[in-house]
Design a protein around this ligand. Structure first.
Ligand SMILES: NC(=O)c1ccc[n+]([C@@H]2O[C@H](COP(=O)([O-])OP(=O)(O)OC[C@H]3O[C@@H](n4cnc5c(N)ncnc54)[C@H](OP(=O)(O)O)[C@@H]3O)[C@@H](O)[C@H]2O)c1
Length: 268
């Protein structure tokens, strides 16, 4: 696909997957509008991208007024939006009963309410045939204990995305379902459930390359890595099988997590 002079709006664009989208698209000549809460993170991202085709929009996607006003601001500064990447996400891991109401609400707002509302607000400002990429998670297919709210939001985002793809024929809508990715999102390793480590960890660029390839091939959904996606789909279709396999996956995950922790410590 030719991204030269196209405009991409990327939420969570200062880090991890969002920054990788920004890099790939700006390298292809696109203008990228990056959204995140911290201006310092956005400025560092712009420095790393090293191009003048970056515009920074420091805002909290949970702030409804700012979120709804965003597409018009981008349209006025950069023109029609050719790609919307709903990528910003948060998690507060731990037993549901130990999470505060504010934490639960933040996960719902950032991961589910914001992408749906932003997509809606962006519709009048999208170019013909524009792309909407929704970054969900394999946790939306196979719900993860101690990540109940997170799993619910990713499952909801996937459902929204898949339905929109069939409904709004003028848009290309792609759902991206990654397994674990090596980003600051995994920083509090102790709190990450062992189950998450039962799958291989992807680099952000692997996720983005798979997403851009899938978009090019007109796919509606892509799992990264593919094999984890197939296993997750099996678990989704046959929950009893998933329950039976869970102890094995937990054990394997615990071993991988210890290895990952050791490697992280050695790299410091
Ligand atoms: N990493 C994984 O293991 C993994 C696995 C599956 C799916 N995912 C999904 O992939 C997406 C990207 O995650 P990542 O791993 O790249 O995370 P990351 O490196 O932690 O980046 C998160 C980005 O979102 C921004 N952000 C967070 N809350 C925001 C808010 N309220 N308003 C605006 N921006 C906000 C952050 O910037 P500020 O902090 O400055 O706001 C940052 O730019 C998320 O949707 C996540 O759920 C991640």
């Amino acid at each position: 696909m030719n991204w030269h002079d196209k405009v991409a709006l990327i939420t969570g664009g200062s880090s991890g997957v969002g920054l990788s989208f920004a890099r790939r698209l700006s390298q292809a000549g696109a203008y990228v509008a990056l959204v995140a809460r911290q201006m310092s993170g956005l400025e560092e991202a712009a420095r790393q991208l090293g191009t003048k085709r970056v515009t920074l929009f420091p805002l909290d996607v949970g702030d409804r007024e700012s979120l709804l006003a965003l597409p018009r601001r981008i349209y006025e500064q950069l023109g029609e939006i050719d790609m919307l990447v709903n990528n910003a996400g948060v998690n507060h891991r731990g037993a549901f009963e130990t999470r505060s109401a504010a934490q639960v609400a933040q996960i719902l707002d950032v991961n589910l309410v914001a992408p749906v509302l932003l997509t809606h607000a962006a519709l009048p400002f999208l170019s013909t045939g524009a792309s909407v990429i929704n970054v969900a998670s394999l946790a939306g297919k196979v719900p993860v204990p101690h990540e109940a709210t997170y799993s619910a939001t990713k499952s909801g985002l996937r459902a929204f995305s898949r339905a929109l793809e069939r409904e709004h024929t003028g848009l290309r809508v792609l759902t991206v379902c990654p397994g674990p990715i090596q980003t600051p999102f995994l920083a509090e390793i102790d709190a990450v459930p062992n189950m998450v480590f039962s799958q291989p960890i992807s680099a952000p660029d692997e996720v983005v390359d798979a997403a851009l390839r899938a978009l090019e091939q007109n796919q509606s959904e892509v799992d990264v890595p593919k094999l984890s996606g197939k296993l997750a789909t099996l678990g989704y279709l046959f929950p009893a099988l998933m329950r039976a396999a869970a102890p094995l996956l937990e054990r394997r995950g615990a071993i991988n997590k210890r290895k990952y922790l050791r490697a992280a410590l050695a790299a410091r």
